[in-house]
Design a protein around this ligand. Sequence first.
Ligand code: NAD
Ligand code: UDP
Length: 338
Amino acid sequence: MAILVTGGAGFIGSHTCVELLNEGYEVVVLDNLSNSCEESLVRVQELTGKTLKFVKGDILDRDILNQIFETEEIESVIHFAGLKAVGESVSIPWEYYNNNITGTLVLVDVMKQHGCKNIIFSSSATVYGDPAQIPITEECPKGQCTNPYGWTKSMLEQMLMDIQKADNEWNVILLRYFNPIGAHKSGRIGENPNGIPNNLMPYVTQVAVGKLECLGIFGNDYDTPDGTGVRDYIHVVDLARGHVAALKKIDENPELCIYNLGTGHGYSVLDIVKNFEAANGIKIPYVIKNRRPGDIATCYCDPQKAKEEMGWVAQYDIKDMCEDAWRWQSNNPNGYEK
Ligand code: NAD
Ligand code: UDP
């Protein structure tokens, strides 16, 4: 029996493959490499000393999916594949809805045809919109998303819940990630954004390595202790282990579960800059810029439910996240490019 990991060559997917292989799972990755490269999977296999099967292909391609389900015994799917750049989703919404929503509809249909009804889906804290309460629990109502990317997550959650409700042979686990950062301790795999990073930590590490001059901090007039935005940063290895915990949960036939995956601690942008500087002894020059449209002041979770129901707790702290992000970036200034 194997686990199909869609989008497994990407940032979170590659770290999850490491944890799955270390736990003895057989892994099949389907990825079209639109935002990743095969080298990440070469390194995953080096790190674990185990092999996985890689299929280069698209979740929109029914034939490839059928072939995978015909040749492999897939017991569960961890579904990472998707486009994720918030700003880009505003410029090319059709591409986002088609890739993320149509892609998932095709995937789920092929799964159903082959009797595989276990799926773990990569959702996001973005579905809470501007959250009604802090810390955010899973009971907190979903909110208005500010971009098409966020809506794809919100709509896909609803779609998967409806499918599960109509047929309780399905087990659906929706994992709402907070802000994944950091990298594998080895410094061999990590986040590899195309072009100028949109997210905070890759921007900081690219300033540290000299590829970018100066960090722009988007607003210092929020209603937060230092005026900059507060987020729940979680080490990507902890997040990856959350997927292993979710797979074990699926063995209990839980039908539908929703979990926040975060640490429960909020750090501001300035906290991240200071912690990065302290952990790595590198100064990060920054300037204060205008607020970024669509950003909220504060977003951190209550991760209690994942602890109680899956026994999952984040192990790594902000120092680990800063050190590991830097080890990856400094050892691989150009990401996976040779
Ligand atoms: P990523 O871009 O590194 O990984 C996504 C992978 O999916 C890439 O390797 C890409 O090539 C692949 N892919 C995209 N469309 C595909 C398609 N149609 N067919 C096959 N492969 C396809 O992103 P990530 O940061 O690893 O995120 C993984 C998932 O988690 C995504 O669904 C993302 O929306 C979600 N998520 C990420 C974050 C974050 O901050 N990184 C936060 C919340 C949720
Ligand atoms: N941020 C910033 N400068 C950057 C990128 C991000 O000040 O170059 C801030 C952003 O406004 C937010 C926090 O850092 O308060 C985290 O942003 P990111 O894009 O990493 O994640 P988000 O929470 O928006 O998904």
